[in-house]
Ligand binder design. Structure first.
Ligand code: ADP
Length: 488
């Protein structure tokens, strides 16, 4: 909208007609005072201002408008019949006007100017708007940056207070921050030196970076001024920052004392089980000799006692064998000898052994599922050991029940063997640890004797065959333990 300000109505009329003929919307004011009121109330793209008016003249109006934020950018064309000399023209510009037209007006020239100015004004408005958007965007960014900085500062002070070595890195894995503890192990932008026999941190981490997943690694690292490598648990996790960028936070926790203790315990287990095995083998042999020498009748208590000795010796033997297996696993010496064997045969052998060793039990073992007719390549004795372990547990942890199901499934890739019992079951939150070393479910550990190593050995045997182990169980309803073995 264009505002025409003139004290002569006739001037206004002709100018208004001229502008309206070119489709401009026009407003008018008959004095400087009226013009100021209107300008403050409405938005104008251009003001055509008569210089000579009674009261506030055109220059004063322009000066006032240049002082308001709202109006300072509105272009003004001064119109005057008299002030033609240069002094007045200059005054017009100084007071904020943009052009100066003297009367009599050349309508074509005036129209050209009006069009140019109103276009200029529109462009100025658009630019102002863009500027405003940009300004608020910059403000928003500054705010986010400030928040981010505060977050990062918080993280750094937390990491500084940790007893561990701690660091952060950018998405590509370049170290950005290390706490002061770090500096006794490495320079600020480097990983500590690792033992030659351990995995390379950068190689393992590079895989985690690609997959954007946390990583854990046990490595031996060395203090700068020491020659001794100590075991540390390295944990690095990815975190997403507020600006969606990925960052890595890592810690090295000293676990060397724990590792040494574990090593001593494993050594003790290994020595103890070896030492126990020798006298036990003699006891077993002498018990057999004694049984033959006594040649007892059926109702002779001596025969009964010698049988009990033999059965207890077998239990002890099984325990010691398990302990020996554990130390073999720890030393990487649990060897698997793969040979071709008949899987069906293995299944029926294991079931027979269970019946023989539990002859006073009324349990029935049902065989279900596919027959595994083809020859299978693996360590028959070790796989049988796994199945016997599952079955022994199924009997042990399902007292007063009479049914166990051995189910087999075979497809083009694998064989799956499951043992289901209807016994005490395992609470869901304990299931994930069940194959761990020395793990026993607290609730049942008082009622049932055991060491918590059978399932651990099973999982190691199956792992060596590149298979998987697992469990489905419901407390009070029973459990299904399974293992899978890949074919070929
Ligand atoms: P152990 O039986 O000597 O304790 P295992 O390693 O064979 O050791 O089993 C570990 C734990 O898993 C057991 O202590 C028991 O709590 C639980 N468990 C194993 N098999 C079953 C089962 N069939 N039903 C319920 N709990 C079981």
């Amino acid at each position: 909208m264009i505002l025409i300000v003139d004290d002569q109505e006739a001037n206004i009329y002709s100018l208004k007609k001229l502008l309206e003929s070119q489709n401009f919307i026009v407003d008018t004011a008959l004095s400087g005072e009226e013009a100021l009121k209107k300008v403050l109330k409405n938005d104008y793209a251009l003001i055509i201002l008569d210089v000579q008016m009674p009261g506030i003249d055109g220059f004063e109006v322009a000066e006032t408008l240049s002082g308001f934020n709202k109006t300072k950018d509105v272009p003004i064309i001064f119109l005057s019949a008299v002030n033609k000399d240069k002094k007045f023209i200059t005054k017009g510009y100084a007071s904020g006007g943009i052009d100066y037209v003297t009367k009599p007006i050349d309508p074509d020239i005036l129209m050209l100017k009006v069009k140019t100015f109103s276009r200029l004004y529109e462009q100025t408005l658009a630019l102002n708007e863009i500027q405003q958007v940009l300004r608020s965007e910059i403000e928003e960014r500054k705010k986010v940056q400030q928040e981010l900085k505060e977050q990062v500062d918080n993280l750094y002070s937390t990491l500084e207070s940790l007893p561990q070595l701690a660091f952060t890195a950018n998405g590509a894995g370049d170290i950005e921050f290390v706490n002061s503890k770090w500096l006794s192990y490495a320079d600020a932008n480097m990983m500590p030196a690792t033992h030659v026999d351990d995995m390379d941190i950068r190689t393992v981490w590079a895989e985690a970076i690609v997959a954007e997943i946390p990583m854990e690694l046990e490595v031996r690292i060395k203090e700068l001024k020491s020659e001794i490598f100590r075991f540390h648990l390295l944990r690095i996790i990815p975190i997403k920052e507020k600006n969606n960028q990925l960052k890595w936070v890592g810690t090295f926790t000293d676990i060397d004392d724990q590792k040494q203790m574990e090593k001593k315990k494993d050594e003790f287990l290994s020595i103890a089980s070896h030492e126990l095995k020798t006298p036990l083998t003699s006891i077993k042999a002498y018990a057999q000799l004694l049984e033959r020498t006594l040649n007892t009748k059926a109702d002779d208590p001596a025969g009964k006692y010698i049988n009990r000795v033999q059965s207890q010796v077998s239990k002890l033997n099984a325990l010691i064998t398990d302990l020996l297996d554990i130390s073999k696993i720890e030393n990487g010496k649990l060897k698997i000898t793969k040979k071709s064997f008949d899987f069906e045969n293995l299944l029926s052998n294991a079931i027979d052994i269970i019946y023989q060793t539990h002859d006073n039990n009324t349990m029935v073992i049902e065989r279900q599922g596919d027959r595994i007719a083809d020859a299978f390549l693996g360590d028959e004795i070790r796989i049988e050991q796994v199945l016997i372990n599952y079955l022994t547990n199924a009997i042990k942890y399902a007292p007063n029940t009479e049914r166990i199901i051995v189910h087999t499934e075979k497809d083009a890739h694998q064989v799956k063997v499951s043992v289901t019992d209807f016994g005490i079951g395992i609470p869901e939150h304990k299931q994930k640890n069940i194959f761990g070393k020395f793990y026993r479910v607290e609730e049942s550990s008082v009622r049932f004797q055991g060491l918590g190593i059978g399932l651990y050995i099973c999982s190691e045997i199956i792992k060596q065959h590149h298979g998987t182990v697992g469990i489905q169980s419901e407390l009070g309803q029973g459990s299904t333990f399974y293992f899978t073995l890949p074919l070929n």
